[in-house]
Every structure is written in C-alpha cells, then in structure tokens.
Design a protein around this ligand. Structure first.
Ligand code: ATP
Ligand code: MG
Length: 417
C-alpha cells in the first residue's frame, strides 16, 4: 500500500467539473471573439531553447531572473518551460520565415505557462494564458484594436464590469533614456529606504522599481517622476493616438503613469486590466507594444503589440460574479431486458449522431438505471421494453416535467434535438 497519497506538485492544480468548464469557456470565448477580429490561432512548443526567453544580460525581469523552469536535457541542451507566449511566437515568426509575408500577422494562442513562484490564490507554478499578438504593425490603431479585443472577450465572459483598463506609455528609446536618468537620480536619493530587490535594480533597471510591489518601496515610488515629463513629441503623439482610438472603440480606460509591465521588452503602450476582486493578484490581462523582440530572435525590425491574460484569474472572476456555463444535460437510454439492448444501442447512436448528448448505463435493472439517470441530472429517459420493441417505439420520459409518452424510435432525434 502507498505510504502517502500523492498530491499535485506545489503550485499546480487539477481542473475537474465546474472548474474545467469555466476554464474551457474562457479559452473558447477568447478563441471565438479573437477570430471575429481576424486573429488566427497558433500553437508553439511548451519548451524552448532557454535563449528564446533569456536574451543576454539586458533582461532584468523577475520572470527571467528568478521564475524560469530551466534545466539541461539529456543531450546537454538548456531547455526552459515557457513562462510566457510572446517570445515563443516571435521565435516562430522568424523560424518559419514569416517575417516578410503578409504582415501584419494577427495571432491568438492559448496554453499552459510555467513560473517558479510562491503559490497563492490566482498565482500558480503551472497556469494558463490566452495571448494575442499583432506582429508587423507600427500604427497606434493596432494597439487600440488589440486592447479592444481583450475588452470584448471580458464583456462576453460577463466580467468586464469588474475590471478597469489602466494604460500608460513607456515612450520611445529617447524618452526612456531621459526618464531612466531622472529615476536613477531620484531613487539614489532614497537608496537606504528602498527594498533590497529595488536597490539591486537601481543599477540594472531603475524602471522596474516603479513596478515594485514591496510595501517599503511604495511611498518612495509614489513620489517618483513619471515618464510623462520626459516624452519626446513623437512618443506623446503616439500615446494621444492610442487614447483617441480607444475612445472610438468605446473602451473605457484610466491612465496610470506607474504601469511599466513585468517584462523588459516593451515600448510605447503599456496596459493592464486590473480588478479589486482577486486580492493581491490584481492584474488579469496585461500587455503592450514591443518593437525590438523579433530582431532579438534574429529577424528584421518588426513592431508588435499584444497582451496575455491569466485563464485562472479570468475563471476566478467568472466564479465571483460571471456566469459558469452549465454541464450539458444528458438523455439516458434505458433498455429493459436483454432483447431491447441492440435496439437501445441503435437509438443511442442515432441520438449522438444527431448531436444529442446521450448515455447508456453499462448494467442494472430499470430501477437502478432510472436512479443513475436522476443522479447525473439527465433531462430525459428513453425507455425501451418488450412492448416498445414490438412497436418500434420508446417511452420518452421528460425527467423535469415528470411526463411520459410513447414516441416512434425514428422520431427520437428530432424530438430531443
Ligand atoms: P503579476 O504581476 O501578477 O506577477 P505579471 O506581470 O508577471 O503578473 P504577465 O507576465 O504580464 O504577468 O502575464 C500576463 C497575465 O498572466 C497576468 O496578468 C496574470 O493574469 C497571468 N499570470 C501571470 N503569472 C501568473 C501566475 N503565476 N499564476 C496565474 N496567473 C498568472
Ligand atoms: Mg509575475
């Protein structure tokens, strides 16, 4: 006998029953709505060459510096379980020679991600994302359309009233250089009061301090300069256009100059859909413009914009106030006596081929089978005994209304469809 019962590994979870249905509903809804906007779905591998995610010393994000599941495989290659979709999709654009043809390319993707984090509600080590990318578009209209699609998905999920879109700009390279210098000057003045993590970032990437969730840093960050004092004319023109287009798409937003995003490769637009319904895990969807990533994968300069959203966090929002899709209700086909079994199986398959969810119990008398039908919440029972067999018919019992009538077998699919 096993000494201990095995549990899912820390930070992972099983999806069963209602939870699976909510999860699936999130992905299906995103797939359907993104298709309405002209996005095509891609799937890339769950693991990649580590260099796809870790691109030299420039990357100081938490994800790359401390959350990746990286290991050497048996051939000595460094492999990483993907912590995000964007880098793999950019790699795929380049590896498949798609960097010239038919740009912009509008891509939807969904699947599991892996990050070594401290697990808590809404934060896991294996979690799932839906992801949207527009590759090869430099126009601010594409930023706004990506966001509008994300908002549309949340509306379809019935959770849009619980989230708020916050947007910011990170400017262009010139804006960021000026901002970086201003931040270094400001944070250096508060060095001793900063958290240890933030002191380390001061040298490497002071912009990330603005994103700190450490309570020690928050009052200091509140007084920090914002990028808006350092935007070039071009960068602020781009930001104006994004806001104007969002207005035309009818997407409400508020500006938050503190948004800098968790990954290092963003420029111009940065945004998050936030909620106060998930405790500390307040961000459900986040993204922005990243213009240099395809080049880092060995492709030509290809401006992109996109976002990712946590499926578990969206599911939690549905649980908290949206609508969970109900389990499909089954029709139970019940043969009474051995002679009816073959006919019952024919009737069962005819129903399934007509798109009716139908089941047959593997054993049991009429009473047992009726009990099971009720237990699984069947909407109807199709009962075939000797008399019905002779007449080419079945007793059709509506289990909600409690009514019963004889129906010719051939009419069952139409009656139940
Ligand atoms: P956070 O600040 O919550 O760590 P992040 O900035 O690391 O988020 P992104 O890399 O932008 O998150 O990922 C996009 C979305 O994926 C997040 O907004 C969130 O909904 C979801 N997400 C990220 N990390 C996790 C996780 N460990 N568990 C569950 N969902 C996650
Ligand atoms: Mg994170």
């Amino acid at each position: 006998m096993a000494q201990t019962s095995l549990q899912p590994a820390r930070g992972t979870h099983d999806l069963i029953g209602e939870e699976f249905r909510r999860h699936h509903h999130v992905i299906e809804t995103a797939r359907r709505v993104s298709a309405l906007y002209g996005f095509e779905e891609w799937a890339t591998p769950i693991f990649e060459d580590t260099r796809v995610f870790s691109r030299g010393l420039g990357d100081t994000s938490d994800v790359v510096s401390k959350e990746m599941y990286s290991f050497e495989d048996r051939g000595g290659e460094s492999i990483t379980l993907r912590p995000e979709y964007t880098a793999g999709l950019c790699r795929a654009l380049v590896s498949n020679g798609l960097v010239q043809a038919n740009l912009p390319r509008k891509i939807f993707a969904a699947g599991p991600m892996f990050r070594y984090e401290r697990p808590q509600k809404g934060r896991y080590r294996q979690f799932h994302q839906i992801d949207l990318e527009i590759m090869g578009a430099a126009e601010p209209l594409s930023d706004a359309e990506a966001i509008a699609c994300g908002w549309h998905i949340q509306q379809e999920l019935g959770i849009a009233q619980g989230t708020v879109l916050e947007i910011n700009t990170l400017g262009d390279a010139a804006s960021r250089d000026a901002y970086r210098a201003a931040l270094v000057a400001y944070f250096t003045g508060h060095r001793d009061a900063l958290s240890e993590d933030s002191r380390a970032r001061l040298e490497r990437n002071p912009l990330r301090i603005v994103d700190s969730k450490d309570p020690k840093d928050k009052p200091i960050v509140a007084g920090a300069p914002t990028i808006h004092d350092h935007l070039t004319t071009e960068a602020s023109g781009f930001y104006d256009a994004v806001r104007r287009h969002l207005g035309r798409f009818g997407v409400p937003f508020r500006e938050n100059p503190r948004i800098v995003r968790g990954l290092d490769y963003y420029s111009h637009t940065a945004f998050e859909f936030v909620t106060d319904r998930l405790g500390a895990q307040g961000t459900v969807m986040g993204g922005g413009r990243y213009n240099g990533l395809v080049e880092e994968m060995g492709g030509p300069f290809t401006p992109c914009v996109g976002w990712a959203a946590g499926v578990e966090r969206l599911s939690l929002l549905i649980e908290a106030g949206g609508k969970t899709p109900p389990a499909p209700r089954v029709v139970a086909v019940i043969p009474v006596g051995d002679a009816a079994e073959a006919t019952a199986l024919d009737a069962l398959q005819a129903l399934r081929r007509a798109g009716v969810v139908a089941e047959i119990a593997y054993k049991g008398n009429l009473k047992r089978r009726m009990e099971r039908a009720n237990r699984i919440g069947a909407r109807a029972a199709v009962i075939i005994g000797d008399e019905e067999l002779a007449a080419g018919a079945a007793q059709l019992r509506d289990l909600d209304a409690g009514t019963q009538e004889r129906v010719p077998l051939a009419e069952l699919p139409a009656r139940l469809g």
